[in-house]
Design a protein around this ligand. Structure first.
Ligand code: PMP
Length: 360
């Protein structure tokens, strides 16, 4: 077996110990004589897996009792439409902070249900920083305020919770979920696709304050009705059982590492290792403003873009795949999710240094 340091933005690297546990339990889950893939979601073994995962998630994030934790499908992209259908509650408007591709996509989808109000976006169209909070123009009739704490494509992260008064905050935590503690009580709704920090693709987590649910758009399919999903404990129909199970193992792994404070310390250290190297030389450059740089997705360019292919080919040959930047922005992106260890980041820095010595 030869495992690489996988820098993919998602689906992404998972903890080796979790994969080994999945492997050891694959054919016979704890004496049941069957794989989790083969179990009824209504039988006790899977119900215990499901309940434990929710309890661990609640414990890690310290989720208050008046919030529902939902295990859904359709990815974060489905939520771009599902959120307005659940949370507009007869209103027409929601506020959006534009910081990159994913917040822009959320606005586009919202247009099917209401009139989006963009509170701020970078003036020059360069998504390399977060617009200063004193430039935001909040509307007075917004049903909620939507933002993207971590823009996966640009590598731009808001390190503080936006101050938006009493309007419910809605946050797309897809690429920074569980990377650090979240003050859940400051949000109306948090959502995230699993396939970066939590587990395999196919599972979408929604954490929503219960007073916001139950007044839905009439055309909303019931599998996307938060109240109906909550009332059925995310078993309204067959859930993504295997993804739920693997995610449960990842939650146990996070707990064993010391929880979200430990994850935060580790993620801050890992990203500094890479940013400090990038800032200390002149061949590589990070385009993102320093206070807004992501802990999870580190973007950078080479001084000569003609060397991009050689850089990527060499990295892959050195066991460092997944570094190609998103096609919309180009350059490079190293995704440093929870399961990427410091040794992987050090191996990348060593490779980058060696590349400048021989090619730069
Ligand atoms: N929002 C963010 C911040 C993302 O990073 C992604 C996926 N890269 C999405 C939304 C879309 O997620 P999905 O593919 O699960 O629909």
């Amino acid at each position: 077996m030869s495992r690489v340091h996988n820098f993919s933005a998602g689906p992404a690297t998972l903890p080796l110990s979790v994969l080994e546990q999945v492997q050891s339990e694959l054919l016979d889950w704890r004496g049941t004589g069957m794989s989790v893939m083969e179990m009824s979601h209504r039988d006790k073994p899977f119900m215990s897996i499901a309940t434990e995962a929710e309890a661990d998630l609640r414990e890690l994030l310290d989720v208050p009792a008046n919030y529902k934790v939902l295990f859904m499908q359709g990815g974060a992209t489905a939520q771009f439409g599902v959120i307005p259908m659940n949370l507009l509650r007869g209103r027409d408007r929601a506020d959006f902070l534009l910081t990159g591709v994913w917040s822009r996509k959320a606005v586009m989808e919202f247009r099917r249900y209401g009139t989006p109000h963009v509170v701020a976006e970078p003036a020059d169209g360069r998504y390399d920083h977060v617009p200063a909070a004193d430039t935001w123009s909040l509307s007075d009739d917004a049903a909620y305020f939507h933002y993207t704490p971590n823009e996966t494509i640009e590598g731009v992260e808001l390190h503080d919770v936006p101050e938006v008064g009493t309007v419910p905050l809605v946050a797309d935590f897809s690429s920074s979920f569980l990377s650090r503690p979240i003050e859940v009580e400051r949000y109306g709704l948090i959502f995230a696709g699993a396939q970066k920090n939590l587990g395999p693709a196919g599972l979408t987590i929604v954490i929503v304050r219960e007073d916001l649910i139950g007044q839905t758009h009439p055309a909303l399919p019931s599998v996307f009705d938060y109240k109906a999903v909550a009332d059925s404990e995310s078993m309204l129909n067959t859930p993504p059982c295997f993804a739920w199970y693997v995610s449960g193992l990842v939650l146990k792994w996070i707990k064993a590492q010391g929880g979200l404070e430990a994850m935060a310390a580790r993620n801050a250290r890992k990203s500094s290792l890479l940013y400090d190297y990038i800032d200390a030389q002149s061949f590589y450059r990070c385009p993102v403003a320093r206070p807004d740089r992501s802990w999870m997705n580190v973007t950078f360019t080479l001084a000569d873009a003609a060397l991009d292919t050689a850089f990527l080919d060499g990295a892959k040959a050195a066991g460092l795949p997944g570094l190609k930047g998103h096609r919309l922005v180009g350059g490079m992106r190293a995704s440093l999710y929870n399961a990427m260890d410091a040794a992987g980041v050090q191996a990348l820095v060593d490779y980058m240094r060696e590349f400048t010595r021989t090619r730069g």
